[in-house]
Ligand binder design. Structure first.
Ligand code: T46
Length: 138
């Protein structure tokens, strides 16, 4: 069972090309510890709204603030931590079993998620008491 200590910030390489701007690459199983099977992104989040508020049974993810910024609250049932994502070349590795919530989105923020598996509603635990039971039985 993963704890919040397994969540970590990964510094991605930034290829700066002067006036032409910057480019960052994420290679599955090289820059991050899983193969990338799916990509989704969250945007147009109104001020004060949050996303997530669930845990995954098996899904590993990488979250990046490719524009703007947001906070990610991570919780393993015993402790919690708040992380701030604000750079397109910094990623949060968020493994399975961690309750997470994205909040405090800045105006224009875009949260990019690279994931280890296709979408499956069965993989979600959306009730916090059920999450605690899952962790205790795991
Ligand atoms: C997560 C946080 C950070 C799909 O049809 N396919 C997909 O791949 C995804 C991710 C979502 N959807 C549908 C399911 C819902 O009808 O899009 C709708 C919104 O999804 P959800 O309410 O799960 O969105 P969030 O922001 O609460 O959660 C998402 C991810 O689902 C989740 O894996 O960790 O962002």
């Amino acid at each position: 069972m993963n704890t919040i200590d397994a969540c970590r910030l990964i510094q991605l390489e930034k290829h700066a090309s002067g006036r032409r701007g910057s480019l960052t690459v994420v290679q599955g199983s090289e820059d991050i510890p899983f193969d990338i099977r799916r990509v989704y992104y969250i945007y147009d989040v109104p001020g004060g709204e949050s996303r997530g508020s669930h845990a995954h049974k098996t899904l590993d993810q990488l979250l990046v603030a490719v524009a703007g910024s947001f906070h990610v609250r991570i919780d393993d049932g015993e402790g919690h931590r708040m992380l701030f994502l604000c750079q397109p070349n910094q990623a949060l590795y968020l493994p399975a079993h961690i309750w997470h919530q994205l909040e405090n989105f800045s105006s224009g923020a875009v949260a990019l998620a690279l994931t280890s598996a296709p979408y499956s509603e069965e993989d979600y635990i959306r009730d916090y008491d059920e999450f605690l039971k899952f962790r205790n039985n795991g």
